[in-house]
Design a binder for this molecule. Sequence first.
Ligand code: SAH
Length: 371
Amino acid sequence: MHLTAVGQAPLASPPQSQTQPALKNLFGLGRGELVSLCAAMGEPPYRARQISSWLYRRRARALEAMTDLGREVRARLAEAWTVRWPSIVERRESHDGTLKYLLALDDGATIECVLIPETRRRTLCLSTQVGCALRCAFCLTGLAGYRRNLTCAEILGQAAVLMADAPASDKPCNVVIMGMGEPLLNVDATLAALRLLMDADGFGIPPRRVTLSTVGILPGLERLIAEPRRPNLAVSLHAARPELRRRLVPIEAKYPLDEVIALARRYSPPAGGRVTFEYVLLRGVNDTPSDARALVRRLGDLRAKVNLIPLNAAPGIPFEPPTDDAVDAFARILSDARLTVSVRKPRGQDVLAACGQLHLDPAGNPSPHAS
Ligand code: SAH
C-alpha cells in the first residue's frame, strides 16, 4: 500500500473555497436551474448549455476558464457564483491499483470514493451520504452511523475530482453509486446527479455504464422507475428468507424482500444494461446450498443476474468470508437454475476501499464525523 498523506492541506481545493465562502456553487446546478439563472441575467438560453458543458463535460475549475461566455458575462457570474469541488484530503493506493480518496466537503464532513482502474475501463464508485443509516450487519459504513445527505454538487464533485486526478486515459468510464450511504434515501440529490452524469450536455456517460445500488427503498425505487433515463439497477438482497434478511439488512422490516423483488421486476434497464441482485456471502450464515435454493425460488422465473460478493472482512464485522468451495457450490446451484451468476472480485481490500469498507479515518477507525 502506498499512502499519499497530505495532512491538512487539500490537494485539489480551488482557492475560492477559502477566500469567498459566501459565493454559491455553480457546479451541481441542473439544466433547468442554469436556464433560469441565464434568464435572470438576461442571457439567452444557449448560455445554459455552454455553462453546462464547461462544468460537466470539460470540467473547468473556474469561471475564468469559460472563455466563450465573454468577459462581461463571466464577471457578472463571478459576483455571486463560483465553481467548487470537494477537496482531496488523502489518497491511498492499493496493491491492485485501486485508489481510495478521502474528500472534505464545505462543512468539514468527509466522504470516501474509489477509483478502480481495470483493463478495459475505469470505474468510479461514488457516495451519496455522509455515513449510512441502514446498519446492515456486515457493512462498516453502517457501523459509523449516519450524518447527512450529500448534495447533487457533492455527489457529482466526487466524479469530477476522480476524473481530474486519474492519469489521462481514453478508457471508458463506468460509474457505480455503491459508496457510502443509501442513494434512494437521498433520492432528490441522487436523481439530479444521475441526470447530469448521463446527460449529453452533462458528463455524457451512457446509462448502461452507470449502476445504482440500493437495498430497495420502495418509494425511491418508484421515483427511479419514473425517470425517463435510468441507469442499471443493482438490488442488495443478501438473504432469500425474510427472517434472515431482517437480521442482516434491518430495513427489511420496512421494505420486504418480495415487494422489493416485485418492483425490481418492473424496472426497465437501459439498452444494453441489466438488473442485478447482489448477495454478500457470509460463512455459515447465508452461504449454504439451502440458501442458494431459497434464492432460486424467491427469484422464480425472473431471468436475473446475481452478483455474489464474498464478504470483505474488516475489524468490527462479526462475520467471516465464505470458503471457495461454498462460493462455487452456491454459484452452481444458481447457474443450474438458469440465473446468470458472477462472483465479485474484491478490489482495494488492503486499503479498506472494497465494498462495505468505506468511511474510515486514515488509521482505519470508523470516522468520528459519523458517530
Ligand atoms: N446502500 C446501497 C449502496 C451501497 S452499495 C446498497 O446497500 O446497495 C455497497 C454494496 O456492497 C452493497 O451491495 C453492500 O451490501 C455491499 N457490502 C457492504 N458491506 C460489505 C462487505 N463487508 N463485504 C462485501 N460487500 C459488502
